[in-house]
Write a protein that binds this ligand. Structure first.
Ligand SMILES: *[C@@H]1O[C@H](CO)[C@@H](O)[C@H](O)[C@H]1NC(C)=O
Ligand SMILES: *[C@@H]1O[C@H](CO)[C@@H](O)[C@H](O)[C@H]1NC(C)=O
Length: 247
């Protein structure tokens, strides 16, 4: 019996981590990637949120190409569709769930798609990524818990002065509850294919790579979140500061 019990627990644990079945832009709810349905639908539906393999589990190897946009992303053909968002507007990420106590920051990056059609752009080579927003630890609470308490939603504001065009938005929950051991951090990246409209003239040069910019020994990745208030307040997330000059 024991192996079956173990498998059942493991499967439940993976399903409980959360994914993003919907996003919302300017009041309109758009399908994201529903792990419970989309992979089982024929033909596979086109989504603006990049698909992930049949798993809502985490990525722990920062050197894996899964770290770019999700598990199996580099193998799955993304759909040739994007969601329009106004520069200065926001994309609300509607997670299906997130466990309270899976402490960590919420990090948000963008990369200009190398072509007008984001679907041919994987984002896993070079340094196309720049950080646009991060939520860390405020008022005694990790951003992940704030997201969970806020009906599992998180709002990403698209900078108002970036150039119009097609981008990947990489939204990431980083769970640190097991991160006091090297390799114990859990990454949950989600990528959205966007067309930014009405933008400005800033064309960020990027500088960050996924994989590449995260290191298992980074103090924001190898971190014990149970040391108390002072340590949590001093926590510095990986990926550096928000890209300069964004408005
Ligand atoms: C947002 O939605 C409102 C109401 O539907 C609409 O009038 C407005 O044009 C939309 N804005 C953008 C940037 O799409
Ligand atoms: C919570 O979010 C879901 C979509 O993710 C939505 O259907 C539901 O109405 C929201 N509940 C509240 C109380 O806002």
């Amino acid at each position: 019996m024991l192996p079956f019990v173990f498998l059942a627990i493991a499967a439940t644990g993976a399903a409980a981590h959360g994914y993003v079945p919907f996003i919302e832009i300017n009041g309109t709810v758009i399908p994201g990637w529903d792990i419970a349905k989309d992979p089982y639908t024929t033909p596979q539906p086109l989504r603006v949120v990049r698909g992930t393999k049949l798993d809502s589990g985490f990525i722990s190897d920062v050197t894996s190409t899964d770290i770019t946009c999700s598990i199996g992303n580099s193998a799955l053909p993304p759909g040739p569709i994007t969601a329009n968002v106004a520069a200065g507007g926001s994309v609300k990420m509607l997670w299906n769930t997130w466990p309270i106590g899976h402490y960590g920051p919420v990090l948000n990056y963008m990369a200009k798609c190398a072509t007008d059609d984001c679907s041919t752009f994987k984002g896993d080579t070079g340094s196309p990524w720049f950080k646009i927003q991060q939520s860390v630890y405020e008022n005694g609470e990790w951003a992940s818990d704030t997201l969970a308490k806020n009906n599992f939603t998180y709002e990403v504001r698209i900078p108002s002065n970036i150039a119009s065009g097609s981008y990947l938005l990489r939204h990431e929950n980083l769970a640190l509850h097991g991160a006091s051991n090297v390799g114990g951090a859990q990454f949950y990246p989600v990528c959205v294919q966007l067309t930014v409209t009405g933008g400005g003239s800033l064309a960020p040069s990027g500088g960050l790579s996924f994989p590449g910019s995260y290191d298992a020994e980074d103090p924001g990745i190898h971190f014990n979140p149970y040391q108390g208030e002072a340590a949590n307040q001093a926590y510095v997330p990986p990926g550096g500061d928000v890209y300069p000059g964004l408005t």
